[in-house]
Design a binder for this molecule. Structure first.
Ligand code: ATP
Ligand code: MG
Length: 475
């Protein structure tokens, strides 16, 4: 409907009603005009046949009587207006016979010219001096033989009744068109309302879905074909909402759980210290232990805050060009001490390469993956950092020869607070946030992180960065 004025009408019912009315009116108008023309043509043809027949009869009478015909009573009667007038003239134009008053009603010049062949009757529609409608006909008759004669016959037939009929027909058509437009508008509105009923029903159904019924789905068979796409899209939206809502619920439960343990430790240790008098040394030990718990809590809250900020679409990141091999070498050096403790080696393979990233976030992502690789691998395992590149992307793969991760955990690995071996990782102080942070950092860089793992053989986490300049991202 682009470009049409209907576009501005903010109601589908009104738009459909208008369109329906216009189309119904157009059809009605065309058929009325057509029927009207057919009627006018038919009546004209009837008039023409009538006048031709009249002239034929006069010709016959003239032929039979050798020009000695008289007018019948009707023609002679001196009523004001006659149904037809007849004039017969000889070759010199002298009137031989004429309906009384014919010259008052019509001039000779009103009649059409005789057709060139002289065979056909020529006709013409006229309105006389009083505004009445007549059809005029003219023809000639040549009588051959011993006494040849030439006649010109003029006939005028009153067609007023036909004009009155056409006038009445026109009036009725106008009334029908007027009523037609009103009926089609009413029908249009009714049809449009009826057609939109499923939408109202759908609005009611959707309105009934509360937060506790996010599992509900609309059955696509219950709706007209045109709405099944909408129903499908709505069901998909419900599914996404349900998933997000459940994740949020899970997140709140996990968060409460994560906070409860250190706070519980703090409460218990403080209560024990206060239960009786303690030495200065004992108080110091309690405070030191509490400080550790405070540290854990602070780190947990910091990381959660980071994740919350990273999820905000307006979070701006500070792109700089880094030399990837230099940056990775520095990060690896930072982890060297831990690696040595477990008798592990970290190897770097990286071609000379510049990449636009937020350096702080880049370091954080690689650090999280490297510390996982070191933390979950066994002594003497190896860790390799492999960098490769293609036309559009840079791949930083962090591979370890550690215990690997079973297939069923891989899809949830990047969820917050998700840990494969809960008891073990918890003991090692992990909160299950490291990989969620890596995922957020990669999303901020419009990149991705993938994982492949074989149990008993090792795990590969790959950071995939798009190769673009910071200017392109800001535009
Ligand atoms: P955090 O990183 O918050 O201190 P975390 O290391 O437990 O805690 P993630 O880094 O998100 O959390 O890792 C999630 C889980 O994935 C870990 O608990 C661990 O079980 C598993 N995991 C991660 N990296 C590896 C790896 N390289 N090898 C084996 N398992 C791993
Ligand atoms: Mg970790």
């Amino acid at each position: 409907m682009k470009g049409l004025p209907f576009r501005r009408i903010n109601s589908i019912v009104l738009q459909l009603t208008l369109l329906y009315t216009i189309s119904a009116f157009t059809i009605l108008l065309f058929s009325s005009v057509y029927l009207y023309n057919v009627l006018v043509d038919d009546l004209n043809n009837t008039d023409i046949s009538l006048i031709r027949n009249e002239i034929r009869l006069i010709k016959q009478a003239l032929s039979h009587t050798q020009g000695q015909i008289t007018l019948d009573a009707q023609s002679n009667a001196s009523t004001a207006r006659k149904p037809y007038y007849i004039r017969v003239m000889d070759a010199n134009g002298n009137t031989l016979l004429e309906t009384p008053d014919m010259s008052l009603e019509f001039n000779r010049s009103d009649f059409p010219d005789i057709s060139a062949s002289g065979i056909n009757t020529s006709t013409k529609m006229v309105t006389n001096v009083d505004g009445y409608h007549y059809i005029l006909g003219i023809d000639t008759l040549n009588i051959t033989g011993t006494n040849p004669k030439h006649y010109q016959i003029q006939v005028a037939v009153n067609t007023e009744h036909h004009h009155y009929l056409i006038f009445k027909y026109r009036l009725r058509l106008a009334i029908i068109l007027g009523i037609g437009i009103i009926i089609s508008a009413l029908l249009g509105a009714l049809i449009a309302r009826r057609g939109l009923k499923p939408l109202h029903r759908m609005a009611e159904t959707i309105g009934r879905i509360s937060i506790s019924q996010l599992h509900a789905r609309m059955d696509s068979h219950d709706w007209p074909k045109e709405l099944t796409e909408l129903v499908g899209a709505f069901n998909n939206m419900l599914e996404r909402l349900e998933r997000s809502f459940n994740q949020l619920k899970q997140f709140s439960a996990d968060l409460a759980h994560e906070l409860r343990t250190p706070i519980h430790h703090l409460v218990v240790e403080t209560e024990i210290s206060l239960s009786r008098g303690r030495t200065l040394e004992e108080y110091r030990e309690t405070l030191e232990s509490n400080l550790e718990e405070y540290g854990t809590l602070t780190s947990l809250i910091d990381r959660l805050l980071f994740l919350a900020r990273a999820e905000n679409p307006q979070t701006a990141i500070n792109y700089v060009d880094i030399e990837v091999s230099e940056e990775l070498a520095a990060i690896i050096e930072f982890h060297e001490a831990v690696a040595e403790e477990k008798n592990m080696t970290i190897t770097l393979h990286c071609p000379p390469l510049t990449l636009a990233v937020d350096n702080v976030l880049f370091q954080r992502a690689v650090n999280n993956l490297l510390s996982n690789a070191l933390k979950y691998s066994r002594p003497n395992d190896t860790v390799t950092v492999d960098v490769s590149t293609d036309e559009q992307k840079v791949y930083i793969a962090i591979k370890d020869s550690g215990p690997g991760i079973a297939e069923e955990h891989l899809s949830r690995l990047f969820d917050r607070f998700y840990r494969v071996d809960f008891a073990r990782t918890k003991k090692e102080g992990g909160h299950g946030l490291g990989l969620a942070i890596v995922k957020s950092i990669m999303e901020l860089h419009q990149g991705t992180v993938t994982v492949t793992s074989i149990v008993g053989k090792g795990t590969i986490f790959t950071l995939i960065f798009p190769k673009f300049s910071p200017k392109e991202t800001s535009s």
